[in-house]
Design a binder for this molecule. Structure first.
Ligand SMILES: [Ca+2]
Length: 74
């Protein structure tokens, strides 16, 4: 995933209620459902430690890419 597609992904779901600057809980929910179905469709509806780690790792990866991109653009 590159930063540009993440930005596009954000706007795709954030704009659903007409306000693209923020994501409501409903919009986040919809994004998870559509973009991360394996994560969303967990049978018990609870987050295990393993799932939590996967989510945090994915977010950390995204943050690193963002920081790398920003530092390169200086
Ligand atoms: Ca919104």
């Amino acid at each position: 995933i590159c930063v540009m597609s993440l930005t596009a992904l954000f706007y795709k779901y954030a704009s659903k209620d007409g306000d693209a600057s923020t994501m409501t809980k409903k919009e986040v929910d919809e994004m998870l459902k559509c973009e991360f179905p394996a994560f969303y469709e967990d049978k018990d509806g609870k987050m295990s430690m393993a799932e939590f780690m996967i989510l945090i790792s994915a977010l950390s990866c995204v943050c690193k890419q963002l920081i790398d991109t920003l530092s390169q653009s200086k």
